[in-house]
Design a protein around this ligand. Structure first.
Ligand SMILES: CCCCCCCCCC(=O)SCCNC(=O)CCNC(=O)[C@H](O)C(C)(C)COP(=O)(O)OP(=O)(O)OC[C@H]1O[C@@H](n2cnc3c(N)ncnc32)[C@H](O)[C@@H]1OP(=O)(O)O
Length: 217
């Protein structure tokens, strides 16, 4: 790994630690980047799908690896600290423009709950055509963060996240996820959510979110 690429793993690599914090959090604000950001993220998602599904000859892989290395060289100088990249902050894009998140779109966001729809793709394959079991908690955890925020609670972290898998989660099919605050008790916010495919219940989730104390990371 080049020195430039290693910098990507640091959160404060530009030496700027002045930005605002909630608890221990950097401030996140929504952004609306130009259309090339959407194209870039969409292309990267296609590459993710291909990276976990191709069985290509060596010469094709060598050419692909050359291009990947060139791309990393092009992007490397533009790495920004946490909270500054459009990734995760572009609300109108699937997965808020973050490759970490499956490409789901927020449809409802308010104190009475959050709903989003989207699909798992080849990149999210677990086995025998179903989504990997770990991708559901990822989506639920992100949903919990949004629900707490939409409810008007301060920044909170997941203390527990319990997922019940009720049916196999298919790929490449539009699914829905929805949840809401059930109960608040001091720092604790209790939330329930469910994932569905039409009328079919795929998974249920219960989580406890705890409001961070000042300075908690
Ligand atoms: C716009 C920007 C959006 C950003 C959204 C960010 C959302 C992020 C969502 C996440 O994914 S966070 C990542 C996964 N979670 C973590 O990494 C959390 C790791 N754990 C911690 O940091 C601490 O354990 C935690 C801050 C959650 C709590 O530590 P504290 O020391 O502040 O709490 P404490 O242990 O004193 O517990 C407070 C209360 O909660 C209860 N509690 C804590 N953990 C529990 C648990 N696991 N199960 C049940 N109860 C629990 C505990 O019993 C107690 O109850 P009582 O007040 O009634 O005595």
């Amino acid at each position: 790994m080049s020195e430039q690429a290693a910098d990507v793993t640091r959160l404060d690599y530009d030496g700027d630690d002045e930005y605002e914090h909630h608890g221990g959090f950097p401030k996140y604000e929504p952004v609306t980047p130009g259309p090339d950001w959407a194209r870039f993220v969409d292309g990267m998602r296609t590459l993710q799908d291909l990276a976990v599904s191709v069985d290509a000859p060596d010469d094709v892989l060598a050419a692909a690896a050359d291009q990947v290395e060139k791309l990393a060289e092009l992007l490397g100088p533009h790495v920004a600290p946490e909270g500054r990249s459009p990734a995760g902050r572009t609300i109108e894009l699937p997965g808020r423009g973050s490759l970490l998140l499956p490409p789901w779109n927020i449809e409802k966001f308010g104190p009475d709950g959050v709903r989003s729809t989207g699909m798992f793709r080849r990149y999210h394959l677990g086995g025998n055509g179903a989504a990997h079991g770990g991708t559901l908690p990822l989506l639920f955890d992100d949903l919990m963060g949004m629900i707490v925020h939409a409810y008007g609670r301060p920044i909170s972290r997941t203390a527990y996240l319990h997922v019940d898998y009720r049916a196999i989660t298919p790929l490449n099919t539009t699914l829905a996820i929805e949840g809401k605050v059930d109960r608040v008790d001091g720092r604790k916010t209790y939330i329930t959510a469910r994932m569905t495919h039409g009328e079919t219940l795929l998974a249920e989730c219960e989580a406890l979110m705890l409001v961070l104390l000042p300075g908690q990371p």
